[in-house]
Design a protein around this ligand. Structure first.
Ligand code: ATP
Length: 232
């Protein structure tokens, strides 16, 4: 579904990603973990077209999307839930969700409003409420719901657990597990390495812009280097 080779990116000449190779098969749920500033968000933003790669290639279902504009990447079905949720505070929950439809383009609907409200019942109770008045956890659910309204073929999530209580994080991850079971391809960026390793099949570890480790999440969770650096 996704094939990234020798990807490079940076900001004003400062390299943030170096020769990244990554593959995601259809229906897989993978994690990208690493310390602050390792390049996780940059990698996700390159996939969604928000940050332009300076080298290398990104293939999405066989098509080269390396230099494609973000709105065209999302219309192709690669949809991102951005770090910090970025819901539109002055619009209602319903309006935020309906905005997600814009990313669907002409692709078939895999998810609709009813499906999203079944996944996140709290949003049904708050459909008319302004998004800015929701709690952080509810805003995260709204951000995921909005992306689902675009009927993603691949869902990219940037730090969904950021700032959430353990209980809400658990609820959000339970929904991700359901989506994965239903066959959705998911790429998860997380600083919460323990949770990311538990939730996914394979994991890539980023360190200062390079992939330093990769493998089955179960194996990495028992790796001494990973335990010392990320699970300590
Ligand atoms: P975090 O968990 O803190 O979000 P991260 O692993 O997602 O970290 P990135 O946000 O991708 O890391 O940052 C990678 C590097 O690129 C860092 O050195 C960061 O300072 C730098 N960087 C990120 N965004 C920008 C930007 N807009 N302008 C300049 N430098 C940036």
């Amino acid at each position: 579904m996704l094939e990234v080779s020798q990807l490079r990116a940076g900001y004003r000449g400062i390299e943030a990603l170096r020769d990244i190779d990554l593959r995601v098969a259809e229906g897989e749920m993978i994690a990208i973990i690493g310390a602050n500033g390792a390049g996780k968000s940059t990698l996700l933003n390159c996939l969604s077209g928000v940050v332009r790669a300076t080298g290398g290639k990104i293939l999405f279902d066989g098509s080269d999307i390396t230099q494609r504009a973000p709105h065209r990447v999302s219309r192709a079905g690669l949809l991102q839930v951005p770090e910090g949720r970025q819901v539109l505070a002055e619009m209602s929950v319903r309006e935020n969700l309906l905005l997600g439809l814009l990313a669907r383009g002409l692709r078939a609907a895999r998810y609709d409003l009813e499906r999203v409200l079944v996944l996140f019942p709290i949003l049904r109770e708050r459909l008319q409420q302004l998004a800015g008045t929701l709690s952080g956890g509810q805003q995260q659910m709204l951000a995921i719901g909005r992306a689902l309204m675009g009927s993603p073929r691949v869902l990219l999530l940037d730090e969904p657990s950021l700032g959430l209580s353990p209980l809400i994080t658990q609820q959000v991850f339970a929904v991700l597990a359901t989506l994965h079971r239903e066959g959705l391809t998911i790429v998860l960026v997380e600083q919460n390495a323990r949770r990311a390793l538990a939730a996914t099949q394979r994991t890539y570890v980023l360190d200062r812009g390079s992939i330093v480790l990769q493998g089955e999440s179960k194996t990495l969770a028992a790796d001494e280097q990973v335990i010392a650096h990320y699970l300590g």
